[in-house]
Design a protein around this ligand. Structure first.
Ligand code: 1GP
Length: 254
């Protein structure tokens, strides 16, 4: 599936360590699902969640957003439409560089393991197949430029964030995402609290190609509308999906 970032205005963030709502029909109208979280996430609960969503809504793109290379397997890569990898500008070095190298190291290992189990008698074609397999896996990885702005969140603790960015820095991170790193997504993350539209306004000034997502405390139509009006391409809704599916529905733009 080729992802059409332009058509996405509502994203649902599903935590695989939390129970899913009984009726996944509530996802009707959301444009994309991200499966990921910061506590008690495993490869197994990620895979179960990706598959449950795919069964309930086969047309809906599903991204795995791992925080550890151990949560990515040949099966999750196969089950998800893409693997979204956060690069946290205001986090520690591990969350901007270290984990990325770990992940690509794992991708190489896993491609080799897959090839080992399907080994052919021909040495030359083995090398070509290894390169193809690694390219296939690596092509499913999508970078997300992140700023984590709620310091009391699990996301901030996990990513080693101890300082919020100023609006000027948020704007700078957005510009770096588009003009330097070339990631398709810039994500203003207020996980667990509503941060308001100001950071979105700051980031939106510099973005033309990169899609701008805001997540955190979206629990009403009014908040979703305010963030989209401020220049976000999409709102990301997490807690509300698990806690109050009826209210979640209201966050989906008509
Ligand atoms: C979390 O940005 C998402 O990664 C959504 O935040 O859980 O506060 O909706 P909430």
């Amino acid at each position: 599936m080729t992802l059409d970032w332009d058509g996405i205005t509502h994203v649902t963030k599903v935590d695989p360590a939390k129970p899913l709502p009984a009726d996944l029909g509530v996802l009707e109208g959301t444009d994309l699902v991200i499966v990921g979280g910061s506590d008690a996430v495993t490869e197994t609960n990620t895979l179960e969640t990706v598959r449950a969503i795919d069964d309930a809504a086969p047309e809906l793109p599903v991204l795995q957003e791992p925080y550890d290379a151990a949560h990515v397997s040949v099966e999750t890569i196969d089950a998800a439409d893409a693997i979204a990898v956060p690069a946290v500008y205001n986090g520690d070095r591990e969350h901007f560089v270290g984990k990325h190298v770990d992940l690509f190291t794992e991708i190489g290992r896993k491609a080799d393991a897959v090839l080992g189990s399907e080994s052919s008698a021909d040495g030359d074609s083995d090398a070509a197949t290894a390169a193809d397999a690694i390219a296939d896996l690596a092509n499913k990885l999508v970078g997300e430029g992140y700023v984590v702005q709620h310091l009391e969140s699990a996301a901030a603790a996990t990513a080693g964030v101890d300082e919020r960015y100023t609006r000027a820095q948020v704007a700078g991170a957005a510009l770096a995402t588009e003009a330097f790193y070339g990631f398709p997504v810039f994500y203003v993350e207020y996980s667990g609290t509503y941060g308001g539209p100001e950071d979105v306004v700051a980031a939106a000034r510099y973005l033309e190609e990169t899609t701008l997502w805001y997540g955190g405390g979206i629990d009403s139509r009014a908040r979703a509308t305010e963030i989209l009006a401020a220049g976000a391409d999409a709102v990301v809704v997490g807690d509300c999906f698990h806690d109050d599916p009826e209210t979640f529905r209201e966050t989906i733009p008509e």
